[in-house]
Design a protein around this ligand. Structure first.
Ligand code: HEM
Length: 115
């Protein structure tokens, strides 16, 4: 179980790198298109996050707060919708990208600070 949790956590961190790194690099280069890194990052975060939300820690106090997991899921679904719907568009608004980056940072903050 612990090995599975660590593998899922590793994949989750790779997805985080793709999503945040992809979004910031698009933003800084001024090309406001949904890149494959951003799209795949958001999908990987949803799938690996749902896996991590399973009771893999032997139950009890070691498991993350279910309310925290619901908050993370809602934010991740919002990011996925913001990325999936305009994925074929030439470009989205600058504000749309700022929204994706802010929500991604918010979800990482929820992961780290909500104990
Ligand atoms: C954009 C979406 C997401 C981002 C940016 C994100 C970010 C992170 C980060 C940075 C960590 C590492 C924190 C640490 O190990 O201290 C983490 C862990 C975790 N995430 Fe996410 N996450 C996202 C989506 C989700 C979703 C949808 C779920 C499930 C509902 C989820 C569940 C978890 C769990 C359970 C952990 C803890 C792993 C552990 O230590 O056992 N995440 N997340």
């Amino acid at each position: 179980m612990e090995a599975l949790r660590l593998i899922l956590l590793f994949v989750h961190l790779v997805g985080f790198a793709l999503l945040l790194g992809g979004a910031i690099s698009q933003f800084l280069s001024g090309t406001f298109r949904i890149s494959p890194a951003v799209l795949w990052g958001s999908i990987i975060q949803l799938v690996s996050g749902l896996g991590l939300a399973a009771p893999l820690r032997g139950g009890g106090d070691a498991e993350p707060d279910p309310i925290k997991l619901v908050v993370k899921l809602v934010i991740a679904v919002m990011i996925f919708i913001m990325v999936f719907i305009p994925r074929k568009r030439e470009a989205v608004n600058k504000g749309h990208y700022i929204g994706i980056i802010t929500l991604t940072l918010a979800n990482a903050a929820v992961a780290v600070f909500w104990r």
